[in-house]
Design a protein around this ligand. Structure first.
Ligand code: NAP
Length: 481
């Protein structure tokens, strides 16, 4: 792998300030062509225990540092990531598949959480509470929760780590991270830069390993762990929540979604199409906030479909490192096969493929950006999280009815509303049962705002002041006079 800074390519686990081998290795491959990129140490449950022990030992000293001291280290980490953004983006594209420009966007977005939380930790104010009893004085102080463990997914190999590690470290917690086996190189490169920035040994630890259940048990059940934070599928999230229950751990869960995208007859259709392409085709549709169900008012349905078809047909497909590519491969063959199954199920139930609809010859993990009409709420494509470049369109006629249909899912992560009518936009945004609603845009996530879902899409928020609060314990202090 050609990098300007070859130190970024780390192949061992990072525990207690040391780079450690595993008993064996895991192969990391380019999803675009199957090429072997690297072999990374295969960490074990015992390594996870060592990492938790290191984080626990490092916690008292890190907690005692002033917010300003912690912020200074985090700002150095942020700057090092920005300085190495091109290399980090290249690593990310090679192991994950997204186009280079998107990968660079993720690196900058990921780094922005470190900068923002470095600033925010200086404002961890408590309260002085007007007393209920003249003989008593009441106040609150905010203290770091303790050792935080994190499990992250492959679709955002950089940012899903910084969204957790940055607020935790800023608050004074120490962390242990288990990144996914598909994309360990981006994760380990982040650790290398954290070490270079001066994070003391044991404050940040990383264990990559093929035994996710074994490592996961340690991270959710070890008595020294105060809080567990997870981003991934709802199915795995539920399992890990149950494991956390045994020790009554604090938890944050960023889980799956099934985002509705509603286009009213008063929408600006060009804005709606570009927002739809952004949320649907970015990362080949593999984001938790990807549009999953497109509801278009019958009066503008045909016009919208034509415009969307033209926009999707223009997207260049190929290896993410090639110039101008907008859509890369899916992460695995089984991910592409799942998308194909959803298309076949929709066709069998009466839907029509307007564009795409099949695997591509670019490589075994490629699936064509696809547009399907005549979809109904009963089809699998509407009920399940698609996680692929597949845009299924349905018609609607009535505002109340489309709100009801949009809300009829166990998920509640993100929703999109396209309307130029401010009263309608406000009404619909408020009526949607989702943690996040974007109106007349397809891109909305930022370090300064709370990201997260309700219902089976999760618990807690990442980003914004809410994202910081997740890592503090509020202690109530009562003084007798
Ligand atoms: P996943 O299968 O749930 O895996 C996520 C992480 O969990 C990986 O690190 C995986 O490790 C680990 N894992 C799997 N089984 C485990 C177990 N039994 N015990 C402990 N850890 C276990 O999800 P994915 O397919 O990688 O990611 C896609 C999902 O993430 C989608 O549902 C997407 O919506 C969701 N997501 C949500 C958000 C959000 O903010 N709400 C953001 C991004 C993605 P290995 O890789 O080593 O198996």
């Amino acid at each position: 792998m050609q990098l300007a800074n070859s130190d970024l390519l780390k192949l061992q686990n990072y525990i207690d300030g040391e780079w450690r081998d595993g008993a064996s290795t895991i192969e990391v491959r380019d999803p675009a062509n199957g090429e072997l990129l690297a072999r990374v140490a295969d960490g074990s449950a015992a390594d996870a225990e060592a990492a938790v022990a290191a984080a626990s030992a490092a916690f008292p000293a890190w907690k005692r540092k002033t917010a300003g001291e912690r912020a200074a280290v985090l700002k150095r980490w942020h700057q090092l990531i920005m300085d190495n953004a091109d290399d980090l983006a290249r690593i990310l594209t090679l192991e994950q598949g997204k186009p280079l420009a998107e990968a660079k966007g993720e690196i900058i977005y990921g780094a922005s959480f470190i900068e923002w939380f470095a600033e925010e930790c200086r404002r961890a104010y408590g309260q002085t509470i007007p007393t209920h009893n003249p003989a008593m004085r009441l106040n609150t102080i905010r203290q770091p929760v303790g050792v935080v463990t994190c499990i992250t997914p492959w679709n955002f190999p950089n940012a899903m780590i910084t969204r957790k590690a940055a607020p935790a470290l800023a608050a004074g917690c120490t962390v242990v991270i288990k990144p996914p086996v598909e994309t360990p190189l981006s994760a380990l490169a982040l650790c290398q830069l954290a070490e270079q920035a001066g994070l003391p040994k044991g404050t940040i630890n990383m264990v990559v390993g093929s035994d996710a259940p074994g490592i996961g048990r340690v991270l959710t059940e070890d008595a020294r762990v105060a809080k567990f934070t997870f981003t991934g599928s709802t199915a795995v999230g539920k399992l890990l929540m149950a494991q956390c229950a045994s020790g009554v751990k604090k938890m944050s869960m960023e889980l799956g979604g099934n985002a509705p995208f509603i286009v009213f007859d008063d929408a600006d259709l060009d804005t709606a199409v570009s927002a739809c392409v952004a949320t649907k085709m970015r990362n080949a549709g593999q984001t938790c906030v990807s549009t999953n169900r497109i509801y278009v008012h019958e009066a503008v349905h045909d016009q919208f479909v034509e415009k969307l078809r033209a926009a999707v047909a223009e997207l260049k497909i190929g290896h993410g490192c090639d110039e101008g590519v907008a859509v890369g491969p899916l992460i695995h063959r089984r991910a592409a096969e799942r998308v194909n199954d959803l298309v076949q199920d929709a066709i069998a139930s009466g839907a029509k493929v307007e564009l795409g609809g099949d695997f591509l010859s670019h490589g075994e993990n490629y699936f064509a950006p696809t547009l399907i009409t005549g979809v109904t709420d009963e089809m699998r494509i509407a009920r399940e999280e698609i996680f692929g470049p597949l845009a299924p369109v349905q018609k609607f006629t009535d505002e109340d009815d489309v709100i009801r249909r949009a809300n009829a899912t166990p998920y509640g992560l993100a929703a999109y509303v396209m309307s130029e009518n401010i009263r309608r936009a406000n009404r619909v945004v408020e009526a949607l049962d989702y943690g996040m609603v974007a109106c007349n845009t397809g891109v909305f996530s930022t370090a300064v705002a709370p990201f997260g879902g309700c219902k089976e899409s999760g618990i807690g928020r990442e980003g914004g002041v809410e994202g910081m609060a997740e890592f503090y314990e509020t202690k109530y202090c009562c003084f007798g006079a």
